[in-house]
Design a protein around this ligand. Sequence first.
Ligand SMILES: [Fe+2]
Length: 165
Amino acid sequence: MGLVGRAVEQMIHFYRGDGSDIAHFLKVYALAQTIGRGEGLESALQETLELAAVVHDIACPACREKYGDTDGKHQERESPAIVEPFLRELGVPEAQVRRISWLTAHHHTYTGVDGLDHRILLEADFLVNSEEKGLSRAASEAAEGQIFRTETGKRLLRSMFPRDD
Ligand SMILES: [Fe+2]
């Protein structure tokens, strides 16, 4: 099994018993993979993106316990100490650990987007959160202007939240 496959299995084990956390990360992973492939990412960047999508919400259980919420700023504070040992245990190289840790800490940060891996992670997580919470037509239109930059992400947004125009 490749690195990403092992990360998926370990992440399911990490969330054991929590079907909604498991379903959420699997959806974000599938959409991030789809957007990355659609945008033709080279293989190392694609792997970093896919690993980041798998672990992006790793701090959520700890944040619910400590703060009673999964606020983006709380995740940013808590995630490095959890995600870095998780990735090292899987044998992820140190430079990639640091990049994925940064991405995990910034997956609610829409300003200063740094790199296609960051952009695609934001797009994939936005699509899944919108599917889970329900997205108004106005919010979908705003998102297309403010969040989505990749053509693949925009196509997925319009397929998942069709508009009549
Ligand atoms: Fe998420």
